[in-house]
Design a protein around this ligand. Structure first.
Ligand SMILES: *[C@@H]1O[C@H](CO)[C@@H](O)[C@H](O)[C@H]1NC(C)=O
Ligand SMILES: *[C@@H]1O[C@H](CO)[C@@H](O)[C@H](O)[C@H]1NC(C)=O
Ligand SMILES: *[C@@H]1O[C@H](CO)[C@@H](O)[C@H](O)[C@H]1NC(C)=O
Ligand SMILES: *[C@@H]1O[C@H](CO)[C@@H](O)[C@H](O)[C@H]1NC(C)=O
Length: 955
């Protein structure tokens, strides 16, 4: 075995431009965002350290979900441009002082979910531009007083879910003058006491101290007077909570107060709300407090804070609301009463709410639309989702002239009459998903002329009648997914001339649903979703009425499905008419064949997903008609080669995914056929770790433009000696005998240089090998000359592996030499002693008219034998003669042969014979072999007598 590091280094030296930064990083992906920002993603890669070789100009780096324990000063040394850094979900317990000293552009640092216990004074040095610092979910107990000194632009600190237990421990935080938002949720705070804070940043607006076991809320100084939002929800101490607000004006800036889930009874809450009387609160959150209508809390809140605009009463126990409860809340704009037990509401409940815009009554127990909701002229959004409403009466939505969104998801509505929408002139969005609609029997009325979105998902519709949507002239989105629609009357979508998106996924649509004129009127349709239906054809023959012929504006087409109701037969002109299509998703359909004319109809196609089909044989011309293709997904198709890319017109392809196939070799031609490729994903293929992948391997490691995603995880499937190894570790230096190299050293000056460098290195092995290479080359030249003059010494040079010697000696030799009288050259018998093996081989191959290779598994694995083939094939290429005869002793599965890519090529071109298993065919075999030996003998050369074997005989 040769070790050829030097030679290959030399080769690389000549062929590789050293300036470029390679892109395939062992553990990371590089993405360009908006053309000028570089985002590097290294999340979830089992990293124990910050990778050291990253491109210099990284703007955003994601190292989340790894196993990094420490951050060192040197880690970010070369990442001076970094603006966003996410190292969350690691095991960081130690950050060396000055670790971020080189990243002064950093604006966002996420250290969430690590194991920090202490924030030291020098930890964040240098982060002068940092605005957001996320430290949640650590075990921080202690913050040194100057931990955040010099963080002059810091606006947000998140210290949620740590172990801080006093305000005092957070002194360093309160010294950050630029701070606007502070999260200390879920720590061990027992006292929320302003006495412990000397000063608070003037800009501080939001303080989230929720989910702490606070038992004392003590506002006895004015430090918090500019705070506008205070969250004390879910304060749940073991003992009761004491509030000490010495002067209500100490909280005079307060606008938003969160008290949801706090361990206090309604009267106590009421008292607190009375106490805060120096300001009018704008938003009060009183969710999850077990409130009922008998508490009278709403009344008291409205009385004290009549200006309140947002009232959150979610997740309480209201079964109704007292008449007049909101009387004083005349400024209310957003009222959320979702997740209660409301059944009825007084008719006049909302009468005084002239500003109410949003009302949520979702997740209650209404069986009818409460009539308190009609007549609310200001209402813009009404949410009635997830009740038990089974009927909608004509007047239910009367006078809701400004209503823009109506949600009635998750009820029991089985019919909608067109008269219920009479006043909804402003309605833009109507959502009736998850109901029991079986039929739309009346067209939606003209009053819905502003409706843009209609969601009828997950109902029981089985058909769509003609003209039902004809008045919805503004409709942009129609979602009919998850129904049982099998029949759609032609003309059903008539009138929807502005519709952009039609979703018909998960229905019972079959090929028979596509009647002529079905999509009539959808002249603006941009997106059509037909996923999970039952469309299938008996053959891929031309359709008389291609279904999508009318959809001339369609951009996106989605027909992904489950295999069992797939499109095995994909009609040639299925896509006819989609002249604007950009994106087609047709995964998981069991498609087994696509006619090369399939995409003739879609010349504008840019993104195609055909993953998870059975396209193991993609025709060469398939992608020829789509020259703008940018993204191609062919994962999980059983592909065994990418040969189609060299023929298709894929010069614009930037992303190719072909994971989970049986691809073994990627050739130079294939790589060259994809000049714009930025990302290549070939995970989980059956790579051959052999010289046929040499180019792919070097290119993956070195190419500055293309990232081979997860390249360092690609595993060899063959040859058996390499099985299970990582492809990238394959030593390509043994691949040096290559035509390219031979050509290369033909250049005499380079050859001399090579020798010279070998001399300088004085490395014996390399010298010997280089010498042999040169020798092979010169012998090759010499022999060629000589041969023309001298004729041949042998009829055939025999190349075989010792494992097959028995067969050669017992079967082959007797027949060929004794019966047919051919003169053969065998290693052990005819090699001249004293000459080098290489010289002997080259010599004898040239002294023989033919070379016979006895191919078996052992043969393929033997290094020497393949060198013989190489020498023989110099001759073959050079002389264009039928020199090589291949005899296959056993069936060799093609994946086994594929590493010997060159041999595959040879097989396609050259004569090969198979040793028959059946006794009766043996005689015929010898005859064929004899005939093969005769070709090229004398004048017969011009008229080869041996017929070429049909290609399907290739093992
Ligand atoms: C990056 O490019 C976008 C648009 O191409 C531009 O708006 C933006 O200002 C650029 N940003 C920088 C940092 O150059
Ligand atoms: C910070 O990291 C946490 C944990 O990985 C993640 O959940 C959160 O979304 C991140 N924050 C931001 C703003 O990216
Ligand atoms: C901070 O960021 C601004 C732009 O966001 C930039 O102009 C400035 O140079 C940065 N400062 C430092 C010290 O990096
Ligand atoms: C505000 O509340 C305090 C304490 O409950 C009370 O003494 C004071 O009179 C109230 N002020 C107003 C204006 O209601």
């Amino acid at each position: 075995m040769f070790s050829l590091r030097l030679v290959s280094t030399l080769l690389l030296f000549f062929s590789q431009d050293q300036r470029v930064t390679p892109y395939s990083f062992e553990k990371c992906e590089v993405h360009e965002v908006l053309g000028n920002r570089t985002k590097v993603l290294c999340y979830n890669r089992n990293l124990k350290n910050v990778p050291s070789h990253l491109p210099g100009k990284v703007d955003a780096l994601d190292l989340s979900n790894n196993k990094i324990r420490s951050l060192w000063r040197t880690d970010f040394r070369n990442l001076g441009h970094l603006q966003v850094l996410n190292i969350s979900q690691n095991k960081i317990e130690h950050i060396e002082g000055g670790a971020f000293i080189h990243t002064s552009y950093l604006e966002f640092l996420n250290l969430t979910a690590n194991r920090l216990t202490l924030l030291s004074s020098s930890m964040f040095d240098g982060l002068t531009n940092l605005t957001v610092l996320m430290l949640g979910n650590n075990q921080i107990l202690k913050i040194e007083p100057y931990a955040f000194a010099h963080l002059e632009k810091l606006k947000v600190i998140d210290l949620s879910s740590n172990r801080l237990y006093t305000m005092n421990a957070m002194l360093a935080v309160f010294k950050v003058e630029s701070l606007q938002e502070l999260h200390i949720k879920d720590n061990d705070l027992q006292n929320f006491s302003t006495k412990q804070i000397i000063s608070v940043p003037e800009q501080l607006r939001e303080l989230d101290a929720s989910h702490n076991p606070i038992s004392l809320i003590d506002v006895t100084t004015s430090v918090l007077q500019s705070l506008s939002s205070l969250d004390l929800s879910f304060s749940i101490p073991n003992i009761s909570i004491i509030w000490l607000i010495q002067d209500p004006c100490f909280l005079k800036g307060l606008k938003t107060l969160f008290l949801g889930g706090i361990a206090m009874k309604p009267p106590a809450i009421s008292e607190v709300i009375q106490m805060i009387n120096c300001t009018w609160l704008e938003a009060i959150h009183l969710n999850q407090l077990h409130l009922t209508e008998t508490d009278g809390l709403i009344e008291q809140v409205c009385l004290r804070h009549g200006n309140v605009e947002t009232l959150n009463l979610q997740h309480n126990l209201f079964t109704s609301v007292n008449e007049g409860a909101f009387e004083n809340c005349t400024h209310l704009r957003y009222l959320n009463m979702a997740f209660n037990k409301l059944k009825v509401l007084p008719m006049t409940l909302f009468q005084s709410l002239h500003s109410l815009k949003l009302l949520s009554l979702a997740n209650n127990k209404f069986t009818m639309v409460p009539n308190a909701t009609s007549n609310m002229a200001s209402l813009e959004c009404l949410d009635l989702s997830f009740n038990k409403i089974y009927r909608i009466l004509p007047d239910d939505f009367a006078h809701l002239n400004n209503l823009k969104s109506l949600y009635a998801t998750g009820n029991r509505i089985s019919r909608v009459h067109s008269n219920i929408f009479g006043d909804l002139h402003s309605l833009q969005e109507l959502n009736l998903e998850i109901n029991l609609l079986t039929e739309i029997d009346e067209p939606f009325p003209g009053s819905l002329k502003n409706l843009e979105t209609l969601i009828l998902r997950q109902n029981k519709l089985d058909s769509i009648k003609k003209d039902v949507f004809k008045n919805l002239t503004s409709l942009l989105v129609l979602n009919l997914a998850d129904n049982q629609i099998a029949a759609i009357e032609p003309g059903a979508f008539e009138g929807l001339s502005n519709l952009q998106s039609l979703v018909l996924g998960s229905n019972k649509i079959t090929k028979d649903t596509f009647q002529e004129g079905l999509f009539q009127g959808l002249s603006s349709l941009v997106e059509l979703d037909l996923f999970n239906n039952y469309i299938s054809y008996k053959s891929s023959k031309m359709l008389a009425n291609p279904p999508f012929k009318l959809l001339k504006s369609l951009n996106k087409f989605n027909i992904n499905s489950q295999r069992h109701n797939g499109l095995e037969n994909f009609p040639v002109n299925f896509l006819e008419g989609l002249q604007s299509i950009v994106q087609i998703h047709a995964g998981n359909l069991a498609i087994s064949f696509l006619d090369p004319k399939t995409f003739k109809y879609t010349p504008t196609l840019e993104e195609l997903d055909l993953s998870d089909n059975s396209l193991n044989n993609v025709s060469n011309m398939l992608f020829w008609p789509v020259p703008n293709l940018r993204e191609l997904h062919l994962n999980k198709n059983g592909l065994n080669s990418l040969s189609f890319v060299s023929h298709g017109n894929l010069s614009k392809l930037t992303l190719f995914r072909g994971a989970e196939n049986q691809i073994d070799v990627i050739t130079k031609e294939q790589i060259r056929a994809l000049p714009a490729l930025g990302f290549l994903d070939l995970r989980e293929n059956t790579f051959a770790c052999s010289c046929s992948n040499e180019m792919f391997l070097n290119w993956s490691l070195k190419d500055p433009k293309t990232q081979v995603l997860h390249f360092y995880q690609y595993i060899c499937a063959s040859p058996s000696t390499q099985k299970g190894q990582k492809l990238w570790t394959f030593e390509t230096s043994s691949c040096i005998i290559d035509y390219g190299f031979i050509l290369y050293i033909t250049n005499t000056s380079a050859a001399i240089l090579l020798m010279l460098i070998c001399f300088i290195y004085q490395w014996r092995l390399h010298m010997i090998y280089s010498y042999h290479l040169l020798l092979a080359y010169f012998i090759d030249k010499r022999e060629k000359r000589k041969e023309r003059v001298m004729g041949y010494a042998y009829d055939a040079f025999l190349s075989y592996n010792t494992h097959n010697e028995e067969w050669v000696i017992n079967d082959l030799l007797p027949v060929l030499e004794n019966q047919y009288h051919w003169k053969l050259c065998l290693h052990h018998r005819d090699f001249e002693p004293g000459r080098s093996i290489l010289e002997n081989i080259v010599n004898n191959i040239y002294m023989s008219r033919k070379t016979i290779c006895i191919i078996s598994r052992h043969y393929l694995e033997s290094e020497w034998c393949s060198k013989e083939i190489q020498v023989a094939s110099f001759r073959l290429f050079d002389e264009n003669k039928d020199v090589l005869i291949l005899i296959f002793l056993e069936d060799i599965p093609s994946e086994y042969l594929s590493p010997y890519h060159r041999m595959r090529k040879l097989i396609r071109k050259k004569t090969y014979l198979k040793w028959p298993q059946d006794e009766k065919e043996v005689a015929l075999f010898w005859q064929k072999l004899d005939m093969a030996m005769k070709t090229g003998e004398g004048k017969e050369e011009e008229h080869p007598i041996l017929p070429r074997f049909a290609s399907d005989e290739v093992p």
